[in-house]
Design a protein around this ligand. Structure first.
Ligand SMILES: Nc1ncnc2c1ncn2[C@@H]1O[C@H](COP(=O)(O)OP(=O)(O)OP(=O)(O)O)[C@@H](O)[C@H]1O
Ligand SMILES: [Mg+2]
Length: 610
C-alpha cells in the first residue's frame, strides 16, 4: 500500500488533468513550498529576469534601426544630441550599452536563481531522506531500495534544472512573445496578423507533441530506475554473483532492460526529431513568407512600411520564432519536473512511522516480555500466517531461547518486539504495556539487537560501534570493544579504532563483524537484548570468544536468544521450540529433555555431530 505509484498506471488520470494546464503548474506547488523561505531572494531574481528580458526586447528595435538607417556615419551632423538614434554610431553605442546592461542583469539572475535552487534542494533532499528513513518497514518491503534511491536522485536533478533555468526561460520566452507581438502590431498590424496566423497552429501542434513526448520520457524514467536497481543489486551482492557464476545472467537481465530503454528513447527521439523539423520548416516558411510580404509593403512611392520598420519586423519575428520553438521543450521539461515533484511529494507526504504510530508511553522499560495469543502475517502476504497464537512470558533479567527450523518465525518475533509491524491478533506486551502504546523511539532506545546479518556502515570501526550510542566517549567505546572480545583484533590493525570498514574500507570476517555488533549493543546498555543467531558465523574458537562476550552482554538484562547451536542456550530460563509459526514445546533445558520430544531429539543429533 505504500508503493510509489508507477506513472504509467496513472496515465488516464493524468490525461484528464492535463486538459486544465493551470492545474498542471499548480501541481508544482509542492516545490514552491520549498522556495518559500527564500522568497525574497527569489523575488529579486525575478526582478533581474524581468529587467534582462526587457533589455532583450530593445535589441531588435535598435538593430533594425542600425540596419535600416540611411545616415552616413562619416558626416556626423548630430543635430539632436547623443540620443539621436538616426545616427549609426549612436545606435551602435546604444547597442553596446544595452548588451552591457543585459550581461549584468543576466549574471545576477543566474547566480540568484542558482542560489535559491540549491538552498531549496538541500531542504528537499533532507526532507525526502528523513521521511524515507522514518517510513514503516512495510514501505521497504514493497519499494526496491535501488529504485527508490535512483528515482529520488533523478527526480531531484529534474527539479533542479527546472528551478534553476527552465521556469525563468519559460517566462522569458513568454515575455518575448507577448512583447514581440505588441511591437509587431505597432509597426504594422497587417504583417502582424499574417504572422499570427502561423503561430497558433504551431502552438497547438506543440502541445500535442509535448504531451506525447512527456509520456514517453516518463516511461523511460521508470526503465532507467529499474536498470539502476539491477546494477545496485548485482554490485552489492557481487560475491554471490561471482560464486554462482551469475555474471552472464545479470548481464542478460541488464541488457534486456537497457535495450528496452534504448528502444523507448529512440522512439521518443524520432518524435522529438519530427517535432524539431516541423518547427524549423514552419519557422523558415513563415519567415520567408513574411519577408516577402514585408518587402512588398516597402515598395512604391508612398510605402506602408519604412525600411527600418521592415528590419525591426523581421528581427522581432525571428526572435519570436525562436521563442515559440523553444517553448515545447521547456514545456516538456516543466511537465517532467511536475512528474518528479509528484513522485517526491508522494514520499514526503507519505505516512511515516512517526505519524502512523500513535503510542506515546514513555515508561521506564524494565524488560518483562509477554506475547498473548499473537497471530501475525506480513503485510504483503496476508494469506500466510507466519505466527499463529503465540503465547509466552519472560520476567525481567531472564533469558529466553528460541529454537526451531528455518522459516519457523523466530526473527519475526523479534520484529514484533521492535514494533516494526503491527500484530493481526493478540498483544505484544513489554512491562504489561502494549508495544503499540509505547513511544517507538523510547522503546527502541531501550532495546538492542545483534542481528542475523550484521551490517557495518561505511566509516571507521569507532563510528560503527558508536552507532549504538552516538554520544559515547572514546573510553566507553574501548571498554565495550574489550567486553565484546573485539579489542584484540581492532588493536592489531595499524589504524586501530580509526580503521575504515564497509564498502570503502577493509572487509571484516563474519566473526569480527559480529563482535563489533556486540560492542555496539553493549554500548547501548539496553534493558532488552536480542541475539539473532549471534554465533552462527563462527568457528568453535571464535565462538568461545563471542560466547564470553555474549555472557558479558547478557548480564542484568532480559535477553532473547535465537540459536541453532543448542549448547549456547542450555542455561536459558526458558526455551521455546518453534515450528511453522507455532510453539511446539516450552520449558527449561531439563524439562524439555525429560519430555523426550523434538528438543531432546535435536540435542541428541547435535551431540552426535560434535
Ligand atoms: N518481510 C517479509 N515479508 C513477507 N514474508 C516474510 C518476511 N520476512 C519473513 N517472511 C516469511 O515469514 C516466515 C518466517 O520468517 P522468519 O524470518 O521469522 O524465520 P526464522 O525462524 O527467523 O528463520 P531463520 O532461522 O532462517 O532465520 C518465513 O516463511 C518467511 O518467508
Ligand atoms: Mg531468522
Amino acid at each position: 500500500m505504500y508503493q510509489i505509484k508507477r506513472m504509467s498506471e496513472g496515465t488516464k488520470d493524468h490525461e484528464k488533468k492535463e486538459k486544465v494546464p493551470n492545474k498542471s503548474i499548480f501541481r508544482l506547488s509542492g516545490i514552491f513550498h520549498y522556495l518559500r523561505p527564500y522568497a525574497f531572494m527569489y523575488f529579486i531574481g525575478w526582478i533581474f529576469l524581468v529587467l534582462s528580458t526587457s533589455a532583450g526586447l530593445v535589441f531588435p528595435y535598435l538593430m533594425g534601426k542600425l540596419l535600416g538607417t540611411t545616415v552616413n556615419p562619416s558626416s556626423p551632423s548630430m543635430p539632436s544630441g547623443f540620443l539621436d538614434l538616426n545616427n549609426v554610431t549612436n545606435v551602435a553605442i546604444a547597442l553596446f550599452v544595452l548588451f552591457g546592461v543585459q550581461a549584468l542583469f543576466s549574471f545576477f539572475r543566474v547566480v540568484i536563481f542558482n542560489n535559491v535552487t540549491e538552498n531549496s534542494l538541500r531542504d528537499l533532499r533532507n526532507d525526502a531522506f528523513s521521511k524515507m528513513i522514518f517510513m514503516p518497514m512495510d514501505f521497504f518491503n514493497t519499494n526496491k531500495v535501488g529504485e527508490l534511491t535512483s528515482r529520488v536522485s533523478s527526480d531531484i536533478t529534474q527539479i533542479q534544472e527546472t528551478l534553476r533555468t527552465t521556469i525563468a526561460e519559460f517566462f522569458r520566452q513568454i515575455v518575448i512573445i507577448v512583447g514581440g507581438i505588441s511591437f509587431l502590431f505597432f509597426i504594422s498590424w497587417k504583417l502582424a496578423l499574417i504572422m499570427l496566423a502561423t503561430v497558433p497552429v504551431m502552438a497547438l501542434i506543440a502541445v500535442f507533441f509535448g504531451r506525447y513526448i512527456r509520456r514517453l520520457s516518463k516511461e523511460a524514467q521508470n526503465f532507467s530506475a529499474q536498470s539502476n536497481a539491477i546494477v545496485e543489486e548485482a554490485l552489492t551482492g557481487i560475491a554471490n554473483v561471482k560464486a554462482f557464476t551469475n555474471e552472464y545472467f545479470n548481464i542478460k537481465r541488464f541488457s534486456k532492460n537497457t535495450q528496452e530503454l534504448r528502444d523507448l528513447n529512440v522512439r521518443s527521439g524520432v518524435w522529438r526529431g519530427l517535432f524539431v523539423s516541423f518547427i524549423i520548416f514552419c519557422l523558415f516558411g513563415a519567415i520567408v513568407f513574411i519577408v516577402w510580404q514585408g518587402l512588398l509593403m516597402t515598395q512604391g512611392t508612398n510605402p506602408e512600411l519604412s525600411k527600418e520598420g521592415f528590419y525591426q519586423f523581421v528581427l522581432f519575428t525571428i526572435m519570436m520564432g525562436a521563442s515559440v520553438g523553444s517553448l515545447p521543450d521547456l514545456y516538456a521539461s516543466i511537465q517532467k519536473a511536475i512528474g518528479a515533484t509528484e513522485n517526491l511529494m508522494e514520499i514526503i507526504n507519505g505516512k511515516s512511522e512517526l505519524e502512523l504510530h500513535t503510542g506515546k508511553q514513555k515508561n521506564e522499560v524494565k524488560g518483562q516480555i509477554e506475547f498473548e495469543s499473537v497471530r501475525f502475517s506480513y503485510p504483503q502476504r496476508k494469506d500466510m500466517d507466519v505466527l499463529n497464537s503465540i503465547s509466552f512470558k519472560i520476567e525481567r533479567n531472564q533469558t529466553l531461547a528460541i529454537v526451531g527450523a528455518s522459516g519457523a518465525g523466530k526473527t519475526t518475533i523479534t520484529n514484533l518486539l521492535f514494533g516494526f509491524y503491527a500484530v493481526d491478533e493478540g498483544r505484544v506486551l513489554i512491562d504489561g504495556v502494549n508495544v503499540s502504546d509505547y513511544d517507538l523511539n523510547h522503546l527502541r532506545e531501550n532495546m538492542a539487537i545483534v542481528p542475523q546479518d550484521v551490517l557495518l556502515f561505511s566509516g571507521s570501526i569507532m563510528e560503527n560501534i558508536r552507532f549504538g550510542l552516538t554520544d559515547a566517549t572514546n573510553d566507553q567505546v574501548i571498554t565495550a570493544a574489550k567486553l565484546a572480545n573485539a579489542w584484540e583484533f581492532i588493536e592489531s590493525f595499524p589504524e586501530g579504532l580509526q580503521t575504515e570498514v564497509g564498502d570503502r574500507g577493509i572487509q571484516l570476517s563474519g566473526g569480527q563483524k559480529q563482535r563489533i555488533a556486540i560492542a555496539r549493543a553493549l554500548l547501548k546498555n539496553p534493558s532488552i537484548l536480542i541475539l539473532d543467531e549471534a554465533t552462527s558465523a563462527l568457528d568453535s574458537e571464535s565462538e568461545k570468544l563471542v560466547q564470553d562476550a555474549l555472557s558479558n552482554l547478557m548480564k542484568d538484562r532480559t535477553s532473547l536468544v535465537i540459536a541453532h547451536r543448542l549448547a549456547t542456550i542450555r542455561k536459558a530460563d526458558k526455551i521455546l521450540v518453534m515450528q511453522n509459526g507455532v510453539i511446539e514445546e516450552a520449558g527449561t533445558h531439563q524439562e524439555l529433555m525429560d519430555l523426550k520430544g523434538n528438543y531432546a531429539n535435536l540435542v541428541s543429533l547435535q551431540l552426535l555431530d560434535s
